[in-house]
Design a protein around this ligand. Structure first.
Ligand code: SAM
Length: 278
């Protein structure tokens, strides 16, 4: 076990710190006094996450993983690029990246259970459509009416923006999805419903959206992690705007109302937030 890890990190050193490790004989002689020593890296991580270091798979499991580097030259700072990937539920895949700096003879502890504020997690949620009766209940809970501009973040086949303009008389519907296939489906569905002039579908990562300037209603069916990441953008919505999320909460932001409904014997939960005035 230990050998595998050492070998793995050994390989990674060569890749990650290329050019930093000198194999030059003359230099080795000059530095005879400085014995090379390994560093130790202790990584706290979601227990079922897969971990790669400098693109090489590692094989330890569990919530604390310990690695030794090969002997390193004293006084030089090396780094490894760690990537943890896990699926907190069967909808969501999270990728978290961290650069780990090490020095000969030292131990470093890294907490990959927490997001680095400077390197946003990459979160992808699988496509699962909201059943149509639930779409209508979401738009009703958001009180969508004439004049509203309705955004669905992670819009799937476009059913929410399309229903908002076709049935609830919203002024405009906007759908954003990371998957080009979903955008294609959305545009086709808008044509079928003859509302293509009232909707717009964009292929984009919702986490890259800086603000939703013209939205008065935002709908979500994205999972706890993506919702939490979206909170800073959602908080910037203009006063009176409504957010409705199918099933998932937005971190510890308390909803103004939560509703339950049953469709064909299956229970659904919807949450509403109303942006308060200044
Ligand atoms: C659970 S489905 C919801 C679809 C639709 N909103 C509905 O309620 O029927 C989530 C959708 O979000 C999209 N998605 C996942 N991660 C995304 C991201 N980072 N940015 C944009 N879209 C994303 C997926 O491609 C998928 O279509």
């Amino acid at each position: 076990m230990q050998w595998g890890i050492r070998r793995c990190l050994g390989l990674l050193t060569v890749i990650g710190a290329l050019g930093l490790v000198s194999t030059n004989a003359q230099e080795r002689e000059e530095k005879q006094g400085d014995a090379a020593k390994p560093a130790t890296v202790i990584i706290k991580i979601v227990s079922d996450a897969k971990l790669t270091i400098d693109k090489e798979a590692t094989y330890q499991t569990g919530s604390t993983r310990k690695f030794n580097t090969p002997p390193l030259k004293p006084g030089v700072r090396y780094y490894y690029d760690a990537v943890a990937v896990w699926e907190p539920n069967n909808y969501t895949k999270i990728t978290r990246k961290r650069r780990i700096y090490v020095e000969a003879g030292k131990q470093v502890e890294v907490d990959l259970t927490k997001e680095d504020p400077n390197i946003k997690d990459d979160i992808v949620v699988r496509y699962v459509p909201t059943p149509m009766p639930v779409v209508e209940a979401m738009l009703k809970l958001a009180d969508v009416k004439e004049g509203d501009v309705v955004y669905d973040l992670g819009c799937g086949d476009g059913r929410i923006p399309i229903t908002a303009v076709a049935k609830f008389k919203a002024k405009r519907g906007v759908g954003v999805d990371i998957d080009p296939e979903r955008i294609k489906d959305s545009n086709e569905n808008a044509k079928k419903e003859k509302v293509e002039h009232l909707v717009e579908f964009r292929q984009e990562d919702v986490l890259k959206i800086k603000d939703l300037n013209d939205a008065s209603v935002v709908t979500l069916y994205m999972g706890d992690d993506l919702n939490r990441q979206l909170r800073p953008t959602l908080e910037k919505l203009k006063p009176g705007s409504r957010i409705v999320s199918h099933r998932f909460l937005i971190g510890d932001w308390k909803p103004d109302r939560t509703e339950e409904l049953e469709v064909n014997g299956v229970k659904f939960k919807l949450h509403l937030w109303v942006i308060k005035g200044q």
